[in-house]
Design a protein around this ligand. Structure first.
Ligand code: SF4
Ligand code: SF4
Length: 363
């Protein structure tokens, strides 16, 4: 990037963006000048190979769609993207050479971003005559870090749902797991990538949970921070889509909202440059960031079992500690009900389906 790039941008917008990065990283406003410095530093240009494997290109679209000043602009100027099938001009052997040169000349320094699942059944996913899983292994071997962007590459997502004919797997099941950062989402939010890359540049690897998600982004349930939470606690629920209650911010739990068992900062981050998000638009969260999405979150519009008692307001847990809470089997309130649902209901059904089809659990 260029320092010039940022100073051509409106300064207020740039600092606002840096404030957004700080918020996504869980840092205070005090860190904004440092973030601005890092983002504007011309030296901070790690090479990137962006692989598009078994995907719909949704994460690239999400990344490229935001309006100005976009996270995409910042990332494309902050990083040196050497290979991205959807947006690069080079084709064929020239494109292949860009990958080979980066692997050879930037060993241990480059970042790999992977979009999409990795088919492991022979012939189900090939690029230039090579199996996708071989490309992933070859490109990741010398990488500094591998970012699995989107639920497909992080956990299998929709292609990994039953019956999974291509025997697709998530990235972390095929390469050194310790190199992987998962940024699930269907699609992932551009700010999740920008804040993670910024963290890598400033401090190195972010704190990850057991599913290798950054805790700063995926550490709390959507329900914990939902603007409709007071309606949930007070028993005001949307009974039918299209009702005036949707616009009055009534809770969507009866219309299938999976916010109580879904971990991400969507309520604070919001989408389309912070304009709105699923629940804000009156649509229940379908848990698109979850490791067991979509099977364990289906049917999308059915109410979660066991989530019926208005919970303990302010109870905050992350995805790892919540398991311990339920293990103790003493906690009451939404966190316990959420995990109870996961353990006894939805996830149970998914595990059963996996057993029947002879497949191992994906998460
Ligand atoms: S159930 Fe969904 S809509 Fe209701 S408060 Fe929780 S996250 Fe918000
Ligand atoms: S609110 Fe739920 S469905 Fe919407 S983007 Fe966030 S995790 Fe996905």
């Amino acid at each position: 990037m260029s320092r010039e790039f940022f100073w051509q941008m409106d300064r207020r917008d740039f600092l606002k963006l840096c404030g957004g990065v700080a918020a996504a990283l869980g840092l205070s406003e005090v860190s904004v000048p440092k973030i601005a410095e890092v983002l504007a530093a011309s030296a901070a240009k790690p090479p990137v190979i962006w692989l598009e494997l078994g995907s719909c290109t949704g994460d690239s679209c999400s990344f490229l769609n935001a309006d100005s000043p976009t996270a995409a602009e910042v990332i494309l100027n902050q990083l040196s993207v050497r290979y991205h099938e959807a947006i690069m001009a080079a084709q064929g052997t020239l494109a292949e050479k860009a990958i080979e040169d980066t692997i050879k000349n930037e060993a241990g320094k480059y970042v790999v971003v992977v979009e999409g699942v990795v088919p492991t059944k022979k012939g189900y996913g090939m690029i230039g005559g090579k199996e996708m899983q071989d490309i992933l292994k070859e490109v990741s071997a010398n990488a500094l870090v591998v970012i699995a962007l989107g639920t497909c590459s992080a956990y299998g997502g929709i292609p990994g749902g039953d019956p999974n004919p291509g025997e697709v797997k998530p990235v972390m099941d095929l390469i050194d797991r310790n190199k992987v950062i998962n940024l699930p989402g269907c699609p992932a939010h551009p700010m999740w990538l920008l804040s993670t890359v910024t963290h890598l540049l400033m401090f190195g690897m972010p704190k990850l949970d057991s599913q290798r998600r950054p805790v700063a982004i995926y550490g709390q349930t959507i329900h914990d921070n939902c603007p409709r939470r007071s309606a949930f606690d007070e028993g005001r629920y949307v009974e039918q889509f299209g009702q005036a209650e949707v616009d009055r911010d009534y809770c969507l739990i009866k219309k299938g909202c999976k916010g109580p068992i879904t971990y991400s900062n969507c309520p604070q981050q919001r989408w389309n440059s912070g304009k709105n998000w699923c629940i804000g638009a009156g649509a229940p969260c379908i848990g698109c960031v979850d490791p067991k999405f979509p099977d364990a979150m289906s049917p999308f519009y059915d109410r979660l079992p066991d989530i019926g008692i208005p919970g303990v307001a302010g109870l905050r847990t992350d995805a790892d500690t919540v398991g311990a809470v339920v293990g103790a089997a003493t906690a009451i309130g939404i966190a316990a009900h959420a995990v109870g649902a996961a353990a006894k209901g939805k996830l149970g059904r998914a595990d059963e389906a996996e057993k029947k089809s002879g497949k191992a659990s994906r998460a």
